[in-house]
Ligand binder design. Structure first.
Ligand code: ADP
Ligand code: MG
Ligand code: MG
Length: 908
């Protein structure tokens, strides 16, 4: 039996792992190993694999600790040797950090513990070793605080309570009359540690662990536990990360940014994550540790001079003041800066992608603690991919694959109307943390944000700073505004990941959670008042500001052009109005794959004519009623054909169940009775007779056209009449008439007969003609099963995968809410099949029907027009089974175009 390797070591330019081992080592662990291998300075340590996390949940804590023990102790010994110190030793102690690290980065989602290995005697050893009592006690109090919070569960009891340790700190600061943590003396810090420990004892009934190994095992297990905490679960849900992946645990020798003025810690990006600009950016703090930069406790300073100048301009600070009080690292630590800049360039060139990095400077020596491909906004994603392509770092295909299709969505949505902005009052400015335009009512906490959004309100979540607990609120809000924290604060990073507008660090805001007010200058805003945020400039406006359509730049146009070069699938749109058709054309749709005609019957007076038609007792009566609708429909089609500029337009004949058209309220029934000179009672009887127990499986689709052929006749006249009218005006139209809900060949043949006869008659009447096609939706499993028969008559297929999914699974789309969430949670279903095409079931029908259809009609044009047509994985499947096109809503067209290109590249 081969032994499972559970621990991978790294350090001193060597590593057992490497970058492509993310699945096993997590992103952080794999990159720590890789950085060692390419000569980036990284403190030594080791990674416990993600498989162990799975074992932890299968076998339990005790068993896993037993299994891990020999390897962990050996790895610690290795780190001890490299660091020339000893874990738990009193004279020459080694301290470590214990860090989580999943395959996909989950910023701030799971818990990290720093300075582990300290206790009351070791801290004295640290003082002797470093000669720096303040540093040793500061590290110790941070450790007790983090360990208490993460491992021992020292959380606030109620949601409005402040953190128990923060409460103690505030108390001590007040007693000593100081404002900043850095002003606390050694004695104060000692007092804090004692008070922290007493609080732990009081709240948990247990003593704080003294033994280094006991601390270590507690921390390792708590990282595994944190994989299943609420915020990690929520984050995985939002990002679609499976729970089975597990997290790795990284144990690493500590390096200290809090050893005085030649020490520092920071976070940086090799390019701007908000705009994509090719400019090194980052923030740092002198004499600080780890999370201080992101936590927003102190205002971090910029790393580069140019960044610092931009920052001071925004903050309204003079350059003299900036240099004196907030110098950039480039100015304050020029040598370290040079080294940092060289290494960030090296890492970007190595990974060939924008890097998000963490570093610490200990007494003038630079260490890297993390690198990963940085999260970015949709705009930055496109710009960085295209810049790297133009810079020759990546090729065309890589550039296309760099774009996350769904993230393009951010670029397509509205921005503030420039005219409206002119009159808008700027009440404050913050950092442009995540672009976009947002308008909504102020709420001051995540619960309220979620609750208000639930009832349909648009809200802006305003916080002093955000923490991972605020995730659900951030997701529900239109935008996020914080008073503290920089470009790398939690709010900024998470908002960019979500593609949500965020303005952070608006220092002039005074937020009072208890009173639910926000004060700026002399203005006081309450909960429920409107504000607007511009996440691209950092401006905060009073009231609602109008928005308008987004403007797409040259990079966007170029990536779309590149996509078209590789894509095999054409992309059409689902559009029912000229306006939607116009938007879709602008986004590059090359046709309409689904033009629904329902609304053409429901709007205004048309519904009355339609009701007359249904209620009429004779064919003449029905024809007379439909004749009233005909001109409206023809005009609608003219508008749509014209907007599509000669591209094919697939028009679906009337589809919804008949009973939806009749009046169900007495007022409406009375109206019909009067209009048709019939007694109310007979109208009511007719309505009752049309009632269906199961309308989705009832009198709808081509069953309507086959029971009321006059409808099909009228629609054919409207469609072809429109095309002929345009032809007269020199405008090209390419109509494709689509019969809905075919299940049996003869259903289709009946409809086709009516369509062809009507067309013939119309062409004779007008003395003109036009090319058109007659095809069908494939949305009933029987149609898919008999596709070869149907293709003998139908000239094209379009898979209506909404109904096809509904009927293949036997799930009513309107009723799934009661069981789908549970199915997803229990993993009975991996995905909602109405969102992501079910390849194994519904997909098989699509594949088979396409093949069967093409057996009898090799040039059969096949497309898909369900919601799936704009969903990347479904688009890929459509490519794989050889469809001709996908059709999706106008705003998804660019996403589908890119997905089609990616599918072609990946499946080449
Ligand atoms: P997260 O996943 O939340 O970023 P990390 O594990 O990266 O958590 O750690 C949190 C902070 O602590 C980061 O700023 C990181 O750079 C710092 N840190 C982690 N390990 C060490 C270490 N061994 N020495 C110094 N700083 C560390
Ligand atoms: Mg963390
Ligand atoms: Mg980190």
């Amino acid at each position: 039996m081969s032994e499972t390797k559970r621990v991978y070591t790294f350090g001193n330019g060597k590593a057992e792992g490497k970058a492509d081992m993310k699945n096993l080592l997590g992103g952080k662990g794999a990159n720590l190993a890789e950085m060692n291998l390419i000569g980036v300075p990284v403190p030594p340590g080791f990674t416990i694999t993600t498989d162990v996390c799975t074992e932890y949940y299968d076998l339990g804590k005790d068993k896993v600790v037993e299994l891990l023990k020999p390897e962990v102790e050996k790895a610690i010994a290795g780190v001890e040797e490299l660091m020339k110190s000893k874990f738990g030793d009193i004279e020459n102690p080694l301290l470590v950090s214990v860090r989580s690290g999943a395959r996909a980065s989950m910023p701030g989602m799971m818990d990290t513990i720093l300075n582990l290995g300290l206790n009351d005697t070791v801290v004295e050893g640290m003082i002797r070793k470093t000669g720096n009592a303040r540093f040793a006690w500061d590290s110790y109090r941070r450790f007790v605080q983090m360990y208490g919070d993460v491992v021992l569960g020292m959380k606030p009891v109620n949601k409005n309570d402040i953190d128990p340790f923060e409460e103690i700190i505030e108390h001590v600061k007040e007693e000593k009359g100081v404002e900043l943590d850095t002003q606390l003396s050694v004695e104060d810090l000692k007092e804090l540690v004692a008070k922290f420990k007493a609080a732990v004892k009081k709240q948990t009934g247990k003593d704080f662990p003294e033994s280094a190994y006991e601390q270590l095992w507690g921390a390792i297990c708590s990282v595994f536990d944190s994989w299943m905490n609420d915020r990690a679960i929520l984050y995985r849900k939002m990002e679609g990360i499976p729970a089975e992946w597990g997290t790795a645990v990284n144990v690493q020798a500590m390096v200290f940014g809090n050893m005085g003025d030649t020490s520092a810690t920071g976070v940086c990006f090799s390019r701007d994550a908000a705009t994509g600009e090719d400019q090194f950016v980052g923030e740092y703090l002198i004499n600080a540790q780890g999370e201080d930069v992101v936590a927003g406790i102190r205002t971090p300073q910029q790393i580069t001079k140019i960044g610092s100048q931009r920052w001071s301009e925004l903050a309204g600070i003079s350059d003299a003041e900036r240099v004196a009080k907030y110098p950039s690292m480039e100015e304050a630590m020029p040598e370290i800066y040079q080294e940092l800049d060289a290494l960030q360039t090296k890492l970007e060139n190595h990974y060939k992608d924008m890097q998000d990095m963490e570093f610490t400077v200990q007494e003038g020596k630079l260490w890297f603690l993390q690198t990963r491909n940085g999260k970015r906004t949709g705009a930055a994603m496109v710009k960085i991919a295209m810049d790297m392509y133009h810079q020759g770092m990546i090729d065309e295909k890589a550039a296309i694959l760099r774009i996350e299709p769904n993230k393009l969505d951010e670029l397509l949505h509205p921005i503030f109307d420039k005219a409206a902005l002119k009159n808008a009052q700027v009440i404050a400015k913050g950092l442009a943390a995540s672009p976009g335009a947002a308008t909504g009512k102020i709420v001051f906490n995540a619960d309220d944000a979620a609750e208000w959004a639930q009832r349909g309100e648009k809200v802006i979540m305003v916080r002093v700073e955000t923490s991972p607990e605020d995730l659900a609120g951030m997701a529900a809000a239109q935008g996020i505004l914080t008073a503290r924290g920089g470009m790398t604060s939690h709010a900024a990073v998470v908002a960019r990941g979500m593609g949500k507008c965020c303005v952070s660090g608006a220092g002039t805001l005074k937020i009072d959670y208890a009173a639910k007010t926000m004060e700026v200058d002399k203005l006081t805003l309450k909960e429920g008042d409107y504000i607007s945020l511009n996440g691209s400039t950092g401006d905060i406006y009073l009231g609602q500001v109008a928005t308008k359509e987004a403007e797409l730049d040259a990079d966007f146009a170029e990536i779309m052009k590149l996509s078209d070069k590789y894509a095999k699938l054409a992309v059409r749109t689902n559009a029912d109005t000229p306006a939607d058709a116009g938007i879709a054309r602008k986004f590059g749709a090359v046709g309409i794959g689904l033009c629904r005609t329902e609304h053409m019957f429901f709007e205004g007076d048309k519904i009355k004519a339609m009701r007359e038609m249904i209620l009429a007792e004779t064919e003449e009566g029905r024809k007379a009623a439909l004749a009233k609708i005909l001109p409206y429909q023809q005009a609608d089609f003219e508008g749509i054909f014209e907007a599509m500029e000669g591209c094919p337009v697939t028009v679906r004949l009337l589809d919804p169940p008949l009973h939806e058209f009749v009046p169900h309220d007495e007022k409406g029934q009375q109206e019909m009775a009067e209009a048709m000179h019939l007694p109310l009672k007979s109208i009511q009887q007719r309505v009752a007779s049309l009632h269906e127990a199961n309308p989705m499986l009832g009198h709808r689709g081509c069953r309507l056209g086959n029971t009321f052929p006059e409808i099909t006749e009228m629609q054919t006249r409207a469609i072809l009449g429109a095309a002929l009218a345009l032809k007269k005006r020199g405008v090209k139209a390419v109509p494709e008439i689509m019969v809905p809900l075919t299940g049996i060949l003869y259903e289709f043949l009946e409809q086709e007969k009516i369509i062809r006869a009507t067309a013939k008659q119309l062409f004779e009447e007008t003395g003109d003609s036009i090319d058109y096609k007659v095809g069908t939706m494939i949305e009933i499993p029987r149609a898919a099963l008999t596709a070869n028969r149907i293709a003998s008559a139908a000239e094209f297929f379009s898979f209506g995968t909404n109904d096809l999914t509904q009927m293949t699974f036997g799930y009513s789309r309107d009723d799934i809410a009661s069981f789908l969430p549970i199915y997803l949670e229990k993993k009975i279903l991996k995905q909602d099949p109405f969102q992501v095409l079910d390849r194994n079931g519904v997909g098989q029908l699509v594949k088979m029907a396409t093949e069967k259809g093409r057996e009898v009609r090799p040039d059969l044009k096949v497309g898909i027009c369900g919601e799936h047509g704009g969903e990347p994985s479904s688009v890929e499947y459509c490519h794989m089974v050889g469809l001709n096109y996908v059709s999706c809503s106008p705003f998804r067209v660019p996403i589908a175009r890119l997905s089609a290109a990616q599918a072609a590249i990946k499946n080449a």
